[in-house]
Design a binder for this molecule. Sequence first.
Ligand SMILES: Cc1cc2nc3c(=O)[nH]c(=O)nc-3n(C[C@H](O)[C@H](O)[C@H](O)COP(=O)(O)O)c2cc1C
Length: 257
Amino acid sequence: MSKRNSARQKKAPDRAEREERLRGGSPETLRGGSPDPPRDKHCAAGQETRRAMSRNRPRTLVVGVTGASGAPYAVRLVERAVRAGRRIELIITAAGRLVLADETPARFIAGVPDFSGLWPADVLAKVTYTPAEELAAPPASGSFDAEAAVILPCSMNTLAALAHGFSANLVQRAGAVALKEGRPLVVVPREMPMTPIDLENMARLAAAGAIVMPAAPAFYHHPRSVADLVDFVVAKVLDHLGIEHNLAVRWPGCEKV
Ligand SMILES: Cc1cc2nc3c(=O)[nH]c(=O)nc-3n(C[C@H](O)[C@H](O)[C@H](O)COP(=O)(O)O)c2cc1C
């Protein structure tokens, strides 16, 4: 797991690494690849090289976590998405950190996250964490090569910001970027009851192209545990992001009564 603002983090990416990141590449995916040929002479070959790199590189999913209840959804989603070959740009708001620390084994000590209780090392290795206060991080730009963004759980506060075009933090900005770039944006609000303001904000966001999926687990898969309920919501989100999974949540049909 890498973290952008911690004094204890690994060395900050140098300019070349950052440019690679902005191109969506990673040291692993680029290693061994041939460099682009000069543009003037071999433009077509260069484009083909870039297309091949694009096919091979792990796809990146932006996951925004805000201060609504439901942090376990995010934990499970990250794990499943990594298992499906994704890298994760994990962005957490200040309120999101409070809720995550309250509802999961995540810990933040002097701002330094300890996610070792959430995911094993191989999953952590695919997660880059950025606090939402870091507005200058790569996901703030439309040039950042993310395949989609998901905000879960999504607070009414963040929902309102997105619905009205505010980008006061990196979660809000990453959501706005997904909308403006025409990338999938899945928003998973959680609140009850909802006011007409909340309902209007959901309608506004849906009209703007977001997929609004309130965290509302069903019971037709006969859940036996909280984990089963979490999996229902996570599976729905993965389905809408086009990320394959084998969570057992499909409705098998039932007998007529
Ligand atoms: C423990 C806790 C649980 C909360 N649960 C919810 C919730 O389920 N839904 C919601 O919209 N806000 C909830 N809130 C309030 C939000 O955290 C608050 O509106 C905050 O400003 C959201 O900021 P953010 O959108 O930047 O994360 C909760 C707050 C706390 C401390």
